[in-house]
Design a protein around this ligand. Structure first.
Ligand code: AVI
Length: 315
């Protein structure tokens, strides 16, 4: 793990322009900051998808094309706190659907908190937490041969470029059977006035989240990044619908990373690209899906049309 981190940091900082992978945002501090982000007034994504799960629950259930009497497996990739999913679980439970809920997460801690919470609020729902890598868990679940509905919410797919997103969805399909469903939650392309503040909040939480990457390099790889000499900078291009996060060096400086045994020079104003948060429209989703074994069934949007849950069927 630490060896991969070291290798990827080295590669990224040798790139022109410099890059660092966004997956390293998520340590204990980063997870907590992301929870704060989801509650920020500017970060509309979570509220928009919650609006769908709360107010269009029946549309979601109809799109899954399930029969109450026949059993299925509801699998969530990256379970989080289950805020949105609880609305769906509640409705499925009330309508006496027969299913098990399999939240998959890399964090055992997140899963045990979720399981505890669900056992209190939805005691009738069978929760089978799965700790580990999404694809390893899916490969093991494939053997059950039961119909499956996969949830991949929160526009998490948007942190991949389109090629990687298509590959990811293709790989999901490889672990499913014809007729299985994928609910893909994505943020939609919209005006800069709405998107940019979501990545540049007033309280500076997103800035902390981004700069935590440098803090991790300092703590885990013996780096000497001076966090006061770097700042968070988001950008959003309405034409291609891609939000990008950068860390900008505010001065000319050299940073040493002990465990890599290398120094990196930064010009004043030089940027490290840390994240993409892609926004979508129907055409982009169709292009991505065309590379996979899924077909597009239904699109369900929130009341402001900020966010969409696309339901796809494995063919
Ligand atoms: C997890 N992911 C979908 C978030 C996003 O919107 O790209 C991560 C995030 N980055 C900055 N704020 C939130």
């Amino acid at each position: 793990m630490i060896e991969t981190f070291k290798k990827e940091v080295k590669q990224g900082l040798e790139n022109h322009p410099k890059t660092l992978p966004s997956k390293y945002f998520y340590n204990k501090i980063g997870d907590a900051l992301f929870v704060e982000i989801m509650n920020l007034p500017e970060y509309y994504l979570t509220r928009s998808e919650l609006d769908i799960f709360q107010n269009k629950t029946q549309d979601l259930i109809s799109a899954f094309q399930l029969k109450p009497e026949s059993y299925f497996e509801l699998i969530e990739l990256g379970a989080g706190d289950g805020l949105k999913t609880k609305k769906l679980l509640n409705a499925l439970d009330a309508q006496k659907f027969s299913f098990d809920y399999f939240p998959i997460d890399i964090s055992a801690n997140a899963l045990s908190l979720l399981k505890e919470d669900l056992s209190e609020v939805l005691p009738n729902v069978s929760v089978k937490t799965q700790q580990g890598d999404y694809f390893e868990v899916l490969a093991s679940l494939k053997e059950s041969n039961k119909p499956k509905v996969i949830l991949f919410l929160g526009s998490n797919i948007g942190n991949m470029n389109d090629e990687k997103a298509a590959q990811f969805i293709y790989n999901l399909g490889a672990n499913l059977k014809p007729g299985d469903k994928l609910l893909l939650g994505v943020d939609l392309i919209k005006s800069k006035d709405i998107v940019l503040p979501a990545y540049n909040d007033n309280q500076g939480i997103t800035a902390k989240f981004n700069l935590n990457l440098l803090e991790r390099i300092n703590n885990e790889l013996g780096g000497d990044f001076n966090l006061n000499q770097f700042k968070h900078q988001p950008e959003y291009n309405e034409d291609d619908g891609i939000a990008k996060s950068f860390i900008v060096s505010t001065t000319q400086q050299t940073v040493h990373i002990k465990s890599i045994g290398a120094s990196y020079h930064f010009e004043a104003g030089e940027k490290i690209h840390t994240e993409i948060s892609r926004k979508y429209n129907d055409a982009l989703i169709e292009q991505i899906i065309a590379e996979t074994d899924f077909k597009l069934d239904t699109k369900i949007m929130d009341s402001k049309a900020y966010f969409a849950d696309y339901i796809l069927t494995r063919h």
